[in-house]
Each structure stands twice: as structure tokens, then as C-alpha cells.
Ligand binder design. Structure first.
Ligand SMILES: *Cc1c(COP(=O)(O)O)cnc(C)c1O
Length: 374
């Protein structure tokens, strides 16, 4: 029996070790651990990579979301529409600034926010007249961009901001545009297990909007004005460590290759499994970075247990949708049901996916899954 890792970053580390060490040594020599030169170098590279005008790094993906809420002045009385089937940080940023998250159902095929449900709920919210229609916060779940063309139309029609929680999708594309260019402002995470991960916490806000970029640069430094103790905004402390920036600079160099490997692995999973089990659906025009490769099965627990017996780990992202969470269910005022989010939270499980996975492991995983189905 094999003993497969869900994500094994050790091969990647070996591949990059010498260069990473040089980069880290360089930081140790200059000693500028906070806001050192690597931070602005990385920001330039992120701008080049995404083709966006501004990339501002920060302490985490969660902070990127919170900083964006603060920069747009989102607060009490504002409605922010987001999918229920997501990681808690999406809803958290909305609630922390005192705004109201309004949970929208997702599509079963893409796992992303349902355009039909969004339109329906926006109309109802407008009729109720309790909140201002302020923002759509889309999530690119598992690395697949949301439907930004439709989201853009809806946002424009209602004069709303379109924010992207792209914590899982840095590097992905929609209609030949990179994540970072698809929404008004985009929030990225560099948590180690994300497609582009550092060796600790890290994140970035990406935007073409100069005012928002300037504001985020201030907000991450306690809202600083022209000098350090000249405070313009109520801000927070959220910076990317220089050492993490150094690591990301090196990792960004091989990132395109990694994304292509992820796509190769995903294509093989899909080709081998799609006739027998529900595999992820990627429409034309979309390019996923496969933060996760996620299957669906009615008897998920059986599946996970059988795979575990074969040394194949699986993970459930996410077992409880936001509208059912203790911390957030009160926001679902009218106890609206979100059937797709409920169904997915019962049926999804992700299987091992990382760019350095070898062929033999992948074939083993495929054949064991087929053995269970047959
Ligand atoms: C990981 C993640 C976040 C938070 O990112 P951190 O860097 O861990 O704070 C936010 N939203 C989604 C969808 C995520 O997957």
C-alpha cells in the first residue's frame, strides 16, 4: 500500500532550495525584515504577472479582504452579497466591519456563486429596503474564477462594487484576463497550501483603482498619512514579511510551470474518472489553477474511508455552508434555504493535488477510486 500526501511541498522545496536560500540569506544580510526591498520587488512582479496597475501585499488573504472592506468604506447598513459555500474568511471580513453578509447559493457544476440566485436575492433585498446594495464579493472556489462577465453586469446595473476573493485562484484566467483584472479589486492569499504559497501567512490586494491602492497602502500601516505618526484612516497592522516576499519572488519564477502541471494532473483525473463519478466542470474561456480537485459523491464518508484504507488522504472543503454556521446563521434573516450549498457541503471531497505529484501516485489514486466505484 502507498502512503500518499494530500499536498507534499517537499519536492518543490528541494527543487527551489538553493535559490530560496540565497534569497533568504540576502534578507538576513540587509536586515530590513519589515517592508524591505523584496516587498516592493514582489509587488512589481505581481503587477507584471497579472497586468494590473497595483499590487499591495499584506499579512494574509483574510487581511486582504478586511483591508478592501475598509478601503471601500463598507460598514453598517451595507449589504454585501457572497456565496454561502466558501471559506469563513469571506463572510468574516464583511461582518467584522459591521456590514451584512447576504448569502447566495452556488452552482452545482462550478461550485461558484449562482448568477440566478444572486439576481433574485438582489431584487428582494432592494424591495425590503433595509440595506444599501453595496458590494458583490465573489469567490473563485478551488481555483476556478467565478462568472465575472455576468457579475460585472449585475454590479454595474446596481451601482455595486465587485470584489473578488481570489485566495485560491491567483494565476487563473477568464476570457484571457488574469485573476487580478476580473473584478474592481482582488484579494489573494499566499498561505502555504494555496497555489502560490509562501512559508507562513501572506496576502495581497490587486487593483487598477489608484485611490483604492493608495488607501490600502496606508491602511496596512495603521492608516498612516505623510509621516508615520500622521494618521489619516482607522487602519490595521498588516504587512507581508520581507522574508516571505523573498520566498514568493523565487516561487513566482516557476509558478507558470506549476500551474501547467496542476492542469495536466486535473486533466488526467477528469479523463479517467468523469464517466463514473461527478468531476469538476470547467467551461470554455476559464482556466483554473486547481487549488483543489474536488469530487462529489452521495456516500462521501464511505468513499473517504475506503480511500484512507488505501493510504489516500482526502479533505472536505467545506462541511458547513456559511448560512448554517453558528456565527453567521443570524444573518440569514428569513431562513432562506440554499439547497446547492447544503448538497455540496454533504457531498464534496478533494483528492491529492500538487504540481510535483508523480505519475505513479496519480495512477494509484485513479485506480483505487475506480476500484471503489466499480
Ligand atoms: C484561504 C482563504 C482565505 C483566507 O486566506 P488566509 O491567507 O488564510 O487568511 C479567504 N478566502 C478563501 C476562499 C480562502 O480559501
Amino acid at each position: 500500500m502507498k502512503n500518499i500526501s494530500f499536498i507534499d511541498l517537499s519536492v518543490q522545496q528541494k527543487r527551489l532550495k538553493d535559490k530560496l536560500k540565497l534569497r533568504i540569506d540576502n534578507v538576513l544580510s540587509h536586515g530590513k525584515y519589515i517592508m524591505g526591498p523584496e516587498v516592493s520587488e514582489l509587488e512589481k512582479n505581481l503587477e507584471n504577472y497579472t497586468d494590473a496597475k497595483y499590487a499591495i501585499t499584506c499579512g494574509s488573504g483574510s487581511d486582504a479582504l478586511l483591508l478592501s472592506m475598509l478601503a471601500y468604506g463598507i460598514g453598517p447598513g451595507d449589504a454585501v452579497f457572497c456565496p454561502s459555500f466558501t471559506f469563513p474568511a469571506t463572510a468574516e471580513a464583511i461582518a467584522l466591519v459591521g456590514a451584512t453578509p447576504i448569502f447566495i447559493d452556488v452552482d452545482l457544476d462550478t461550485f461558484n456563486i449562482s448568477i440566478d440566485d444572486l439576481e433574485k436575492v438582489i431584487i428582494n433585498t432592494q424591495k425590503e429596503n433595509k440595506y444599501k446594495l453595496s458590494m458583490i464579493l465573489a469567490v473563485d472556489l478551488y481555483g476556478l474564477p467565478a462568472n465575472y462577465d455576468s457579475l460585472r453586469l449585475i454590479a454595474n446595473r446596481n451601482n455595486m462594487i465587485l470584489l473578488a476573493d481570489a485566495a485560491q485562484s491567483f494565476g487563473a484566467e477568464y476570457n484571457f484576463k488574469k485573476v487580478g483584472k476580473l473584478a474592481d479589486t482582488t484579494c489573494v492569499s499566499f498561505f502555504p497550501a494555496k497555489p502560490l504559497g509562501c512559508y507562513g501567512d501572506g496576502g495581497a490586494v490587486i487593483t487598477d483603482d489608484r485611490d483604492i491602492a493608495e488607501k490600502i497602502k496606508s491602511l496596512r500601516l495603521h492608516g498612516k498619512g505623510r509621516s508615520k505618526y500622521d494618521i489619516d484612516y482607522l487602519g490595521i497592522n498588516s504587512r507581508l514579511d520581507t522574508i516571505q516576499a523573498a520566498i514568493l519572488l523565487e516561487k513566482l519564477n516557476s509558478f507558470d510551470w506549476e500551474v501547467s502541471m496542476r492542469n495536466k494532473i486535473a486533466a488526467k483525473y477528469t479523463a479517467s474518472l468523469s464517466e463514473l463519478i461527478k468531476t469538476p466542470f470547467v467551461n470554455s474561456g476559464y482556466n483554473s489553477v486547481w487549488a483543489q480537485y474536488t469530487l462529489r459523491h452521495k456516500d462521501r464518508e464511505m468513499f473517504q474511508a475506503e480511500l484512507a484504507l488505501k493510504g489516500i488522504p482526502t479533505m472536505v472543503y467545506y462541511p458547513i455552508p456559511m448560512h448554517k454556521q453558528n456565527a453567521y446563521k443570524n444573518y440569514n434573516d428569513n431562513n432562506r434555504s440554499l439547497p446547492n450549498s447544503d448538497k455540496l457541503s454533504r457531498e464534496v471531497f478533494s483528492i491529492p493535488m500538487y504540481p510535483d505529484m508523480d505519475n505513479e501516485d496519480q495512477e494509484y489514486i485513479i485506480s483505487e477510486i475506480l476500484n471503489i466505484i466499480k
